[in-house]
Design a protein around this ligand. Structure first.
Ligand code: ZN
Length: 138
């Protein structure tokens, strides 16, 4: 079995942002040389997500709107912010959107459904964060 590990550095220019990272994951898969196996991609920070869905701009706006309704930004509306932070909403948003995805690798390619792409969801941006890519197989 082979294993390939890579870290992507993210640094969004907005506090809330959804970034398509599919090309970067495919690039690491190519480097790995693995033809059959599994690819894990996870956010390494508790205020950011990795998820799979459609690469459609309207949907991304809908996600951010929906998340803002579920867990609106509020400096003093969260117990977590009593620690002096202001990102209580971001922790909740991250939990809803998930920590990681696993994609099967078949014939050297990410074995997606027709419209599936991998996204990084940032909910407390404007700073450097990492995403882990771990590919195992042969
Ligand atoms: Zn926090």
């Amino acid at each position: 079995m082979k294993a390939h590990t890579a870290y992507l550095w993210m640094n969004t220019s907005e506090r809330y942002e959804i970034v398509n990272i599919t090309d970067k994951v495919e690039n690491e898969l190519k480097k790995s040389g693995i033809k059959e196996g599994l690819c894990l991609v996870n956010a390494m920070h508790i205020t950011a997500s990795v998820f799979i869905n459609d690469n459609e701009r309207g949907l991304h706006k809908d996600y951010l709107k929906w998340l803002e309704k579920l867990a609106p930004y509020s400096k003093d509306g969260y117990n977590h912010n009593l620690t002096g932070e202001d990102n209580g909403d971001a922790h909740l948003k991250r939990t809803v959107m998930g920590r990681e995805v696993v994609v099967a690798i078949t014939n050297g390619k990410l074995d997606f459904g027709p419209w599936e792409r991998i996204f990084y969801g940032e909910f407390d941006g404007l700073r450097k964060k990492r995403v882990l890519i771990k590919i195992i197989g042969e």
